[in-house]
Design a protein around this ligand. Structure first.
Ligand SMILES: Cc1ncc(COP(=O)(O)O)c(C=O)c1O
Length: 366
């Protein structure tokens, strides 16, 4: 059966060579004589898988030794709670959040259950169309940490540089642009990302944390929610998501060996985004892009058509050209074209061609 062009926002397209390798080895992995789904998380094989996945991430992102890399469960949403549980206390200094879209709004609401957390900047009243410029956030004098979302998957707004948080530890939800380009890990105290966009399948969340900040973790947390314990146990306190880590290892190897690293990946992603935005801008009377130009996401391209009827027609015509998963998030509507690492240039070019032809068809009818 042919594979369609998948522009889904996550779980999302995976590199075809990775899928083929999984398929080949799923029933009987040559090193195991058993399926990767059937093997102990304490086996030598899985120890190797875990070590390789960590090594690949350290190499791709140039992660310094003083940072721990953890593979956790509960999705990025659990990190919304784990970050404040570990680094915020009721009587202590509060945390500052940059609220640039639906995901950072959720992260802030979750933090407020655990301690004082506030928006140092909030783009909601203008419809989440941009990130703040460096002087805009009103940071607290002594924040416990500053949290931001590097790419807002629903609104399609992206930071291309980490915000400057001053002395406060910087925490990033990088779920939807993780591994799409290099990140300066040293500017951050903690970076987390659900894997299911660029890094692998759903089920594993990557957390990269600087060692010194682990001293602040209070005692008495449930074991699985304690960064200190999970870092010491090297993602092995209990059964980790074996299959998801295995696939993430393959995806990170693909990035290193087939793509040639994150600088190369970024170049490709820039080009892909440019192709789609050019097609949208060429018919700006029909396509209303959501984000301001300087903050337009390279991963999730969001736009509206004049009315819902036209959007329905657009989606139906896209489907007839083998393009799927283009409906905007249910909370905002419109169209969202997600072009993560594994979406090939060919799919992006087909999308641009469709955008131009759909616009020409409309213009001819008008
Ligand atoms: C930026 C961002 N943060 C957090 C989440 C929540 O992730 P999860 O569903 O893994 O909990 C998502 C999900 O799409 C996301 O895009």
């Amino acid at each position: 059966m042919k594979r369609l062009y998948n522009f889904g926002a996550g779980p999302a397209a995976l590199p075809l060579p990775v899928l083929e390798e999984i398929q080949r080895d799923l029933v009987t992995h040559p090193e195991l004589g058993a399926s990767v789904l059937e093997i102990s998380h304490r086996s030598k094989w899985f120890e190797g898988v875990l070590a390789a996945a960590e090594y690949n991430l350290r190499t791709l992102l140039d992660i310094p030794q003083e940072y721990s890399v953890m593979f956790l469960q509960g999705g990025a949403s659990l990190q919304f709670a784990m970050v404040p549980m570990n680094f915020l206390s009721r009587g202590g200094p509060g945390a500052d959040y940059l609220v640039t879209g639906a995901w950072s709004e959720k992260a802030l609401a979750e933090a407020q259950k655990f301690g004082p957390a506030r928006a140092a900047w909030n783009g909601k009243s203008s419809g989440y169309v941009r990130t703040p410029s460096p002087h805009e956030p009103d940071y607290s004098a002594n924040a416990a940490y500053v949290h931001y979302t590097s790419n807002e998957t629903i609104h399609g707004v992206e930071f291309f540089e980490p915000p400057s948080s001053g002395e406060a530890p910087l925490v990033c939800d990088a779920s939807s642009d993780f591994l799409s380009r290099p990140i300066d890990i040293e500017r951050h105290a903690l970076v987390y990302a659900g894997a299911q966009k660029n890094a692998g399948p759903a089920g594993v969340t990557i957390v990269i944390v600087r060692g010194d900040i682990l001293d602040r973790v209070p005692g008495g947390l449930p074991a699985l929610l304690d960064y200190g314990l999970m870092a010491r146990e090297r993602s092995h306190y209990n059964t980790p998501p074996v299959f998801a880590v295995y696939v993430m290892g393959l995806v990170s190897r693909w990035l290193l060996e087939s793509i040639g690293g994150l600088a190369k990946m970024e170049e490709i992603n820039r080009r892909k985004a440019q192709i789609v935005y050019e097609a949208l801008d060429a018919a700006s009377g029909l396509y209303r892009t959501h984000a301001e130009k300087a903050c337009r996401s390279r991963m999730n391209i969001t736009f509206r058509l004049p009315d819902e009827e036209t959007e329905k027609t657009f989606l139906a015509e896209a489907k007839s050209r083998d393009m799927i998963e283009l409906k905007g998030h249910r909370s905002v509507g419109g169209i969202r074209v997600s072009i993560y690492n594994a979406v090939p240039l060919e799919a992006v070019e087909a999308m641009a061609k469709f955008l131009r032809e759909f616009a020409a068809g409309r213009a001819a009818k008008a």
